[in-house]
Design a protein around this ligand. Sequence first.
Ligand SMILES: [Zn+2]
Length: 475
Amino acid sequence: MKRIGVIAASITMFFGVFVSSADTFRAGVAKGNITPNLGAMIIGGFRPYPATHVHDDLWVKCLVLDNGQTRMAFVVCDVLGISRAVSDEARQRVQQESGMPGANILVSAVHTHSAASAIGNRFSLKPELDDYQEFMVCRIVDTVRCAINNLEPARIGWATASVPQHVFCRRWFMKPGTMTMNPFGSTNDLVKMNPPPGSPNLERPAGPTDPQVCLIAVKSLEGRPIGLLANYSLHYVGGVRGADISADYFGMFDDRMRQLLDADHRTPQFVAMMSNGTSGNINNIDFTKKPEKREPYARMREVADDVAQAVHVAYQTIQWHDSVPLGVSFEEINLQLRHPSSEQLERARGVLAKLPPNAKPSSLEEIYADRILMMPASPQRESFPLQTFRIGEVGIATFPVEVFSEIGLELKARSPFKPTFVVSLAHGYFGYLPTVEQHKLGGYETWLSTSRLETEAAPKMIEQLLGMLTRFKSE
Ligand SMILES: [Zn+2]
């Protein structure tokens, strides 16, 4: 017995020498608080309102991976969206401070609808940061640096799960003659976003859902969970109390994962990150039924628990790797921006002209008229960031928009990496990305100013992202 003990000790020592070499796979996580002051304007609906209570804090969360050749960071922020300037500035500062290439960092928003704005003026040509955006940049930089400080030898693996019961297409075909007027004065839309649940006028949903949850997990060589990055295609859940600040189910998922993996009270702190997949046309409302009255946060907790439970089951099936190939690619795509026609501009001016002096636009028609009049300031064409990652056999593709589920399903089917998942709202916020077919159906997500990229943007972006993923295979 003693002899076996000696052999075991010498193997450990040998292993100890091996793991400290340059090719050691390492991982680190960190989180930084970005909760705004009360009174900050909560966005997500058509009319912003001031926050009066913090239900749960908002965070920047970061996972850093390093295989000795490549270092990459994944950042998710508990906000509705981030401007491109926030991502650009934060990544540049991380590069200056740490030497990690800014192109190897993914900065995305989770899309909680109960947070202050980090989008800034979405139609402005000036990328200057406001106070909250500057604060967020600092917290992103610090959080990435802390995750780098927390790097430790690690093992990595991945898995997928399915949670179909919480995703619903929110665009519906309506019975003929029942479509309400849109803010442009037309009833020509063929589908309606968020129709009345349980209404007899509903015909059928206008698109598929993607029930898949993907996860990448890292643990220490002793088996202590370090952190995980998950991805699910659900817009958000909502159901907060009053004017609360909350990270929605994205925050509750982190709490629940920590409990399930028995990872509470660890140093460094365990972090479970939930990124937003392709949820531009997907939410948590079952439109076939009349809505149930629920206590604030009850629905959100149910979704977070179910997703965490499914991730926990999948976690048990993970095949752990001592190291994996890591690849990252950051490119731009040049696309046309949509602009209003002279008739649309004229109509918008007419709508706003009827407002009493000093009154703010409040009806949907007035809000859209106001937005339409801001659009001519944007350029005819613009470059937009696209990023891909390879982590072993996992592929990740990112978009700076709210992406329709069909686009994620197509990328998952055609990508050379299995699994592949999409992170939306990455490196900017440029409205919705419907497919070409969905543009033809109309509805909220396709309306001018809600949708800003050319109607052919989706196939162009898909092809470029697939090319970027495919090149990892030949490296
Ligand atoms: Zn939203």
